[in-house]
Design a binder for this molecule. Structure first.
Ligand code: AMP
Length: 211
């Protein structure tokens, strides 16, 4: 089994692009952020441990998150690989993943910091189906407009911390994966459709390589 990693700063568009990539490749999308938010909402021990880090814009400790993903990889629908969104985020996580799973492609969606804050602060989610919108760039349809919600960690102060965590702990992973020949860089500072098309072409050009 081989998995695909969606990589990039917070607000790069990983979650937005994931549905399309998942249907192109048949690999289920697994977002560690979504898993952690579900754990927080359920009031589990894991959720209580993770919440403080998430609210502060810090990464949850590697041990916690590596355990969570190892468990997820053992579920039946993970047999042909997963589309990993938001994991790995540290070299230690990438090393742990490489021990249990092959990664055929790392799609790095690149967006400059200046664009990130505006994107994240305007981000909203429809709690009915998880669809992600932006109040200016991709506004929700009228029927969803009154129910969309903002993530607790999508405020400017926390976003700045999340960006620092990204640059210090996560960005070095791009070189780590480039050295292993699986990194594909995508300019994410374009429309949702353009970024999606670029990712679609990158996946198609993998040709006979197993994605
Ligand atoms: P996301 O939804 O991917 O932006 O993740 C939201 C928050 O969950 C992050 O700011 C971290 O606190 C935590 N988180 C998600 N994935 C990871 C990960 N792979 N490693 C550590 N913390 C994570």
């Amino acid at each position: 089994m081989t998995s695909i990693v969606l990589f990039g700063p917070p607000g790069a568009g990983k979650g937005t692009q994931a549905a399309r990539i998942s249907s192109l490749t048949g690999k289920p999308q697994v977002s560690t952020g979504d898993m952690l938010r579900a754990a927080v909402a359920s009031g589990s021990d894991l959720g209580s441990e993770a919440k403080g880090y998430m609210d502060a814009g810090l990464l949850v400790p590697d041990g916690v998150i590596i355990g969570l993903i190892s468990q997820r990889l053992r579920e039946p629908d993970a047999e042909s690989g997963l589309l990993l969104d938001g994991y790995p985020r540290t070299i230690a996580q990438a090393e742990a993943l490489s021990e249990v799973e092959d990664v055929s492609m790392v799609i790095s969606i690149e967006v400059p910091d200046e664009a990130i804050i505006e994107r994240i602060v305007g981000r909203r989610m429809d709690p009915h189906d998880g669809t992600i919108y932006h109040i200016r760039f991709n506004p929700p349809p009228t029927e969803a407009a009154s129910r969309v919600v903002q993530r607790e960690d999508d405020n400017e102060e926390t976003v700045r911390n999340r960006l620092s965590a990204y640059h210090e702990q996560t960005a070095p992973l791009a070189d780590w994966y480039q050295d292993r020949g699986v990194l594909v860089r995508i300019d994410g500072d374009r429309t949702i459709g353009e970024v999606g098309d670029a990712i679609g072409s990158a996946i198609a050009s993998m040709g006979s390589r197993d994605v």
